[in-house]
Write a protein that binds this ligand. Sequence first.
Ligand code: SF4
Ligand code: SF4
Length: 282
Amino acid sequence: MTKTKFLLQRAAGYLAGFALFYEPFMLFGNLTGRFLIETGFTSIHVPCARIPLANIITGQWQESGPTSLFFCLLLAVTSIWFGPLFCGRLCPAGGFSELLSKALPPKYQLDLAYLLPLTPLRYGFFVGFLFSVWLGLGVPCAYCNYYTLELLAGYLHTGVLISSSLSLLATFLLANVLLGLFTKGGRGYCSLLCPVGTFNSLCHIIGQKMPGPFKMQVRTNACVGCGRCAQACPMQAIELHERKSAINIQRCIVCGQCQNCCPVKAIRYGSNLQQEEPRHEK
Ligand code: SF4
Ligand code: SF4
């Protein structure tokens, strides 16, 4: 697939995500509302998996509406089988900060993978999120990047800012400016702070313990160690060891950027690819 076609395909995914979850379309809510008989779909809060995750932790899962629980289950099942496709192909909030990062050359951007131990911080934050909910400190909707994007979209659509607070403004700036525009790959919030993304990655990791589920995989025999995939990865989930690329599935969001830019087609997305490894490439 050409680079342009691939980028258009990714952009179409994020636009579809916007139409599914944001005003004025909210197609996901409208569709599930028809089948699950729930009429309360008025905002991104309803399908946001933070809330059912929090309710499950506190043992109050019944308090989540059917749309919330259905979406949480859908995320878990699709992430187990296909990887975090929601993050890599659909989530408008992640796509937006990644898009913003294209506005600056990498030399002006933070290299978080170099500065911080991203994987332990990511999972540590997730544990902290669950623990804070369990302690009764509430669900941090005020620190939700989905929600701040919804506020912006609503403002652009209606001219009315339905909610504003310093924490929401700080979240918007953190997710989209510091960890978006000024961060290599533009996915600093996804890499560190998004509980939904980390939940999806955990499901992906669990899926890889079973036969069948899909993932991105490098055919090391074919890899020539050029490093283009590592440069292109928005999650900074690729490292080179002895001139061979290695994907960290604890952060990979199966966006396909690496696969698309590899000059020797050494990266594939599929299931049980390990069995194809012995094939020798030129
Ligand atoms: S782009 Fe392809 S050949 Fe280059 S390091 Fe990555 S996997 Fe290897
Ligand atoms: S490793 Fe590849 S598929 Fe995974 S996040 Fe990075 S670029 Fe996307």
